[in-house]
Design a protein around this ligand. Sequence first.
Ligand SMILES: Nc1ncnc2c1ncn2[C@@H]1O[C@H](COP(=O)(O)OP(=O)(O)OP(=O)(O)O)[C@@H](O)[C@H]1O
Ligand SMILES: [Mg+2]
Length: 375
Amino acid sequence: MAIQKEQIKTALAHVLHPEKKVDIVSLNMIQDIIVQDKYVSFTLEMPAQNDHLAQGLSQGCEGAIHKFIDRDAVVDIQIGINVSQQRQTPPPAPELTASPLSGVKNIIAVASGKGGVGKSTVAVNLAAALARNGAKVGLMDADIYGPSIPTMFDLFERPNITIQKKLIPLEKYGIKLVSMGFLVDVNQAMVWRGPMVTSAIKQFMNDVEWGELDFMILDLPPGTGDIQLTIVQSVPLSGAVIVSTPQNVALDDVRKGVAMFHKVNVPVLGVIENMAYFIPPDAPEKKYYIFGQGGASRLADELAVPVLGEIPLEQPIRESGDNGKPIVLADQESAAAASFLACSANMQQQLAIRAAQIPKDLSISFTGKSPSAHT
Ligand SMILES: Nc1ncnc2c1ncn2[C@@H]1O[C@H](COP(=O)(O)OP(=O)(O)OP(=O)(O)O)[C@@H](O)[C@H]1O
Ligand SMILES: [Mg+2]
């Protein structure tokens, strides 16, 4: 049976800090727990670098997981430094600290429960639609294992670094872009472990010169597992857009996506139904619902989330992705471009509705995640 996150905490609560005589879970030393089947990874946060207790505690953690949960579990422990453990007073809440993203007005995650449903295609074209309408837009490729942004923008350069060691995003079609694909060989990223992914995302937020942006779009990796959950928790999201194809199996995954964002108090702005229908180029009067019709709207009713739009299944959409210029910019007058522009307009409308629902005193920092404001 797959290991559960709560089991990890319960097992690690058996490990005592030898000097403080308190267990390491109560001391808040365990962070970024990620579980996938029998693979368990987490960060053991020590108060100082080369802390003499790190190795012993780390062995204790591994032993506790093998003893109390599964002796075949693969345990991967990163040693982190948390200087705040030395403070007696708790650190200020994240929303009260000056955010490196303070110039970014809206951060929107594009997610899907299932892989290959067109998340990156939608993320890229939403960014392009917003930029086409004059907004300042950034696109963060949070798909560390399978980055698509370099190909979809035909951009394979390395970004420059400022004197303050901040990464300068690459820019194409007026969109600021950051992707792991610009920085490392993709095959190298494939062997990254959970906490490394989380820290890469944190760096994409904190160590990048994003500047002033009206919108930052986040292209998430497929799925709703621990890695996705950790990412959406580490970014101060304004809202999420879920991409689905019309089949039942994909729609089941939408449910999981909506549940994941509810868990972290991020509003779901709506569902985009991709590959919704096909119009043969030589018979434009015909419209085929290859994967079924109306599934997304039924589900949207059930889950009380709006449908932001339908995107046709079209060869030019795929080709423009492969050729490095989003269809919204490559063929501005096409029906496909119009469908993405409509999704972008509906998404902005939903954002405006959400912003209007946030009480005035909680809406000062739109970029700072304020869980109580997201209800
Ligand atoms: N509406 C569409 N019409 C035609 N092709 C599409 C459409 N949407 C996406 N595609 C194609 O389907 C493939 C998968 O799309 P994409 O990479 O955007 O999916 P994804 O959900 O981001 O995948 P992953 O889960 O791997 O990140 C790509 O080749 C893309 O060009
Ligand atoms: Mg993708």
